[in-house]
Design a protein around this ligand. Structure first.
Ligand code: URA
Length: 212
Protein backbone atom coordinates (compact mmCIF):
# COMPACT_ATOMS: atom_id res chain seq x y z
CA UNK A 1 0.00 0.00 0.00
CA UNK A 2 1.30 3.47 -0.85
CA UNK A 3 -0.09 6.85 0.12
CA UNK A 4 -1.45 7.23 -3.40
CA UNK A 5 -2.95 3.87 -4.06
CA UNK A 6 -3.85 0.56 -2.50
CA UNK A 7 -1.50 -2.36 -3.06
CA UNK A 8 -2.61 -5.37 -5.10
CA UNK A 9 -3.74 -7.19 -1.96
CA UNK A 10 -5.35 -4.24 -0.19
CA UNK A 11 -7.18 -5.75 2.83
CA UNK A 12 -9.35 -2.75 3.77
CA UNK A 13 -12.78 -3.89 2.48
CA UNK A 14 -13.54 -7.50 3.50
CA UNK A 15 -16.45 -7.90 1.07
CA UNK A 16 -14.36 -6.66 -1.86
CA UNK A 17 -11.43 -8.88 -0.83
CA UNK A 18 -13.76 -11.91 -0.85
CA UNK A 19 -15.07 -10.97 -4.29
CA UNK A 20 -11.52 -10.40 -5.57
CA UNK A 21 -10.41 -13.81 -4.28
CA UNK A 22 -13.28 -15.47 -6.14
CA UNK A 23 -12.37 -13.69 -9.36
CA UNK A 24 -8.71 -14.60 -8.95
CA UNK A 25 -9.64 -18.27 -8.64
CA UNK A 26 -12.02 -18.14 -11.61
CA UNK A 27 -9.89 -15.88 -13.86
CA UNK A 28 -6.21 -16.08 -12.90
CA UNK A 29 -5.25 -14.19 -16.06
CA UNK A 30 -7.31 -11.07 -15.16
CA UNK A 31 -5.96 -8.04 -13.29
CA UNK A 32 -8.25 -8.74 -10.26
CA UNK A 33 -6.76 -6.05 -8.00
CA UNK A 34 -7.28 -2.36 -7.24
CA UNK A 35 -7.16 -0.51 -10.55
CA UNK A 36 -4.60 2.32 -10.50
CA UNK A 37 -5.27 5.77 -11.93
CA UNK A 38 -4.52 6.23 -15.62
CA UNK A 39 -2.57 9.29 -16.77
CA UNK A 40 0.14 11.38 -15.21
CA UNK A 41 -0.16 13.48 -12.07
CA UNK A 42 0.81 16.73 -13.84
CA UNK A 43 -2.57 16.79 -15.63
CA UNK A 44 -4.96 19.71 -15.13
CA UNK A 45 -8.03 17.49 -15.41
CA UNK A 46 -9.05 14.56 -13.22
CA UNK A 47 -12.02 12.37 -14.19
CA UNK A 48 -13.55 10.37 -11.35
CA UNK A 49 -15.63 7.29 -12.11
CA UNK A 50 -17.40 4.95 -9.73
CA UNK A 51 -15.55 1.62 -9.64
CA UNK A 52 -14.01 -0.88 -12.08
CA UNK A 53 -16.41 -3.03 -14.05
CA UNK A 54 -15.99 -6.77 -13.53
CA UNK A 55 -15.12 -7.71 -17.09
CA UNK A 56 -13.69 -4.32 -18.01
CA UNK A 57 -11.29 -2.38 -15.82
CA UNK A 58 -11.07 -5.23 -13.30
CA UNK A 59 -9.95 -7.54 -16.10
CA UNK A 60 -7.69 -5.16 -18.01
CA UNK A 61 -6.28 -3.12 -15.11
CA UNK A 62 -6.98 0.30 -16.68
CA UNK A 63 -9.97 2.47 -15.69
CA UNK A 64 -12.96 2.15 -18.05
CA UNK A 65 -10.96 -0.11 -20.38
CA UNK A 66 -13.11 -2.92 -21.71
CA UNK A 67 -16.16 -1.49 -19.94
CA UNK A 68 -19.23 -0.34 -21.87
CA UNK A 69 -18.79 3.09 -20.31
CA UNK A 70 -15.29 3.35 -21.76
CA UNK A 71 -16.51 3.51 -25.36
CA UNK A 72 -18.23 6.87 -24.91
CA UNK A 73 -15.69 8.19 -22.42
CA UNK A 74 -12.58 7.54 -24.51
CA UNK A 75 -14.24 8.63 -27.78
CA UNK A 76 -15.20 11.91 -26.10
CA UNK A 77 -11.75 12.42 -24.59
CA UNK A 78 -10.14 11.92 -28.00
CA UNK A 79 -12.59 14.34 -29.64
CA UNK A 80 -11.88 17.09 -27.12
CA UNK A 81 -8.11 16.65 -27.17
CA UNK A 82 -7.81 14.94 -23.79
CA UNK A 83 -6.47 11.74 -25.36
CA UNK A 84 -4.56 10.72 -28.47
CA UNK A 85 -4.31 7.42 -30.28
CA UNK A 86 -6.90 4.71 -30.69
CA UNK A 87 -8.97 3.23 -27.90
CA UNK A 88 -9.05 -0.52 -28.43
CA UNK A 89 -10.30 -1.80 -25.05
CA UNK A 90 -6.81 -3.02 -24.13
CA UNK A 91 -4.29 -1.42 -21.76
CA UNK A 92 -1.63 -1.80 -24.48
CA UNK A 93 -3.66 -0.07 -27.19
CA UNK A 94 -1.29 2.90 -27.06
CA UNK A 95 -3.98 5.39 -26.05
CA UNK A 96 -2.40 8.33 -24.22
CA UNK A 97 -4.21 10.82 -22.03
CA UNK A 98 -3.36 14.47 -22.66
CA UNK A 99 -3.51 16.80 -19.63
CA UNK A 100 -6.02 14.38 -18.12
CA UNK A 101 -6.07 11.57 -15.59
CA UNK A 102 -8.78 9.02 -14.79
CA UNK A 103 -9.43 7.41 -11.43
CA UNK A 104 -12.31 5.77 -9.58
CA UNK A 105 -14.01 6.57 -6.28
CA UNK A 106 -13.59 2.89 -5.40
CA UNK A 107 -10.54 1.11 -6.75
CA UNK A 108 -11.78 -2.49 -6.50
CA UNK A 109 -14.60 -4.10 -8.44
CA UNK A 110 -17.72 -4.38 -6.28
CA UNK A 111 -20.33 -7.14 -6.72
CA UNK A 112 -23.07 -5.94 -9.08
CA UNK A 113 -21.25 -2.64 -9.59
CA UNK A 114 -22.53 -1.42 -6.23
CA UNK A 115 -20.00 -0.37 -3.60
CA UNK A 116 -21.37 0.17 -0.11
CA UNK A 117 -21.24 3.53 1.64
CA UNK A 118 -18.55 2.13 3.93
CA UNK A 119 -16.42 0.90 1.00
CA UNK A 120 -16.66 4.30 -0.67
CA UNK A 121 -15.55 5.97 2.56
CA UNK A 122 -12.74 3.45 3.11
CA UNK A 123 -11.35 4.08 -0.38
CA UNK A 124 -11.69 7.88 -0.15
CA UNK A 125 -8.21 8.50 1.32
CA UNK A 126 -6.79 7.17 -1.95
CA UNK A 127 -8.93 9.65 -3.89
CA UNK A 128 -7.84 12.48 -1.58
CA UNK A 129 -4.20 11.49 -2.02
CA UNK A 130 -4.62 11.35 -5.80
CA UNK A 131 -6.05 14.88 -5.83
CA UNK A 132 -3.36 16.16 -3.46
CA UNK A 133 -0.62 14.73 -5.68
CA UNK A 134 -1.74 16.73 -8.74
CA UNK A 135 -0.03 20.13 -8.44
CA UNK A 136 -1.52 21.57 -11.65
CA UNK A 137 -5.06 20.27 -11.09
CA UNK A 138 -7.76 22.77 -12.10
CA UNK A 139 -10.82 20.74 -13.02
CA UNK A 140 -12.50 17.53 -11.94
CA UNK A 141 -15.25 15.73 -13.84
CA UNK A 142 -17.37 13.56 -11.56
CA UNK A 143 -19.16 10.77 -13.38
CA UNK A 144 -22.34 10.15 -11.42
CA UNK A 145 -23.59 11.14 -8.00
CA UNK A 146 -21.43 8.69 -6.06
CA UNK A 147 -18.28 9.99 -7.70
CA UNK A 148 -19.50 13.55 -7.10
CA UNK A 149 -20.22 12.97 -3.41
CA UNK A 150 -16.87 11.29 -2.83
CA UNK A 151 -14.99 14.11 -4.59
CA UNK A 152 -16.88 16.74 -2.59
CA UNK A 153 -16.01 15.00 0.68
CA UNK A 154 -12.40 14.49 -0.44
CA UNK A 155 -12.23 18.25 -1.00
CA UNK A 156 -13.51 18.91 2.52
CA UNK A 157 -17.03 19.98 1.55
CA UNK A 158 -20.43 18.42 2.29
CA UNK A 159 -22.65 16.93 -0.44
CA UNK A 160 -25.63 18.60 1.30
CA UNK A 161 -24.03 21.96 0.44
CA UNK A 162 -22.64 20.99 -2.96
CA UNK A 163 -25.33 18.97 -4.70
CA UNK A 164 -24.97 16.81 -7.80
CA UNK A 165 -26.61 17.87 -11.05
CA UNK A 166 -25.81 16.85 -14.60
CA UNK A 167 -24.10 19.80 -16.30
CA UNK A 168 -23.62 21.66 -13.02
CA UNK A 169 -20.30 23.22 -12.12
CA UNK A 170 -19.09 23.99 -8.61
CA UNK A 171 -16.18 26.05 -7.43
CA UNK A 172 -14.46 24.35 -4.47
CA UNK A 173 -11.31 26.15 -3.40
CA UNK A 174 -9.10 26.52 -6.45
CA UNK A 175 -10.86 23.71 -8.32
CA UNK A 176 -13.89 23.58 -10.59
CA UNK A 177 -15.99 20.44 -10.32
CA UNK A 178 -18.04 19.49 -13.40
CA UNK A 179 -20.86 16.98 -12.90
CA UNK A 180 -22.07 14.47 -15.46
CA UNK A 181 -24.41 11.56 -15.28
CA UNK A 182 -22.31 8.40 -15.39
CA UNK A 183 -21.74 7.12 -18.94
CA UNK A 184 -22.95 3.65 -17.90
CA UNK A 185 -24.75 1.24 -20.17
CA UNK A 186 -27.96 1.80 -18.20
CA UNK A 187 -27.83 5.59 -18.50
CA UNK A 188 -26.93 5.64 -22.18
CA UNK A 189 -29.41 2.90 -23.17
CA UNK A 190 -32.29 4.57 -21.34
CA UNK A 191 -31.47 8.04 -22.69
CA UNK A 192 -30.77 9.45 -19.23
CA UNK A 193 -27.44 10.44 -20.75
CA UNK A 194 -27.17 11.16 -24.47
CA UNK A 195 -23.93 11.54 -26.38
CA UNK A 196 -24.72 15.23 -26.82
CA UNK A 197 -25.23 15.71 -23.08
CA UNK A 198 -21.93 14.00 -22.32
CA UNK A 199 -20.04 15.93 -24.97
CA UNK A 200 -21.43 19.22 -23.63
CA UNK A 201 -19.75 18.55 -20.28
CA UNK A 202 -16.37 18.00 -21.90
CA UNK A 203 -16.89 20.98 -24.19
CA UNK A 204 -17.35 23.08 -21.04
CA UNK A 205 -14.23 21.59 -19.45
CA UNK A 206 -12.25 22.28 -22.61
CA UNK A 207 -13.43 25.89 -22.63
CA UNK A 208 -12.60 26.29 -18.96
CA UNK A 209 -9.07 24.96 -19.30
CA UNK A 210 -8.40 26.82 -22.56
CA UNK A 211 -9.43 30.08 -20.88
CA UNK A 212 -7.21 29.50 -17.85
N1 URA B 1 -15.15 1.31 -15.33
C1 URA B 1 -14.46 2.11 -14.49
O1 URA B 1 -13.26 2.02 -14.40
N2 URA B 1 -15.16 3.01 -13.78
C2 URA B 1 -16.47 3.16 -13.87
O2 URA B 1 -17.03 4.04 -13.19
C3 URA B 1 -17.18 2.33 -14.75
C4 URA B 1 -16.50 1.41 -15.47
Amino acid sequence: MTALGPGRDCPLCPRLVGFRDKQRAAHPDWHNAPVPSFGTDDARLLIVGLAPGLQGANKTGRPFTGDWAGDLLYETLIDFGFATGVYDERPDDGLTLVDARITNAVRCVPPENKPTTEEIATCRPFLSATVAAMPRLQAIVALGRIGHDSVVRALGERPSRVGFGHGATHRIGQLTLFDSYHCSRYNTNTGVLTTAMFRAVFQAVRGHLDAA
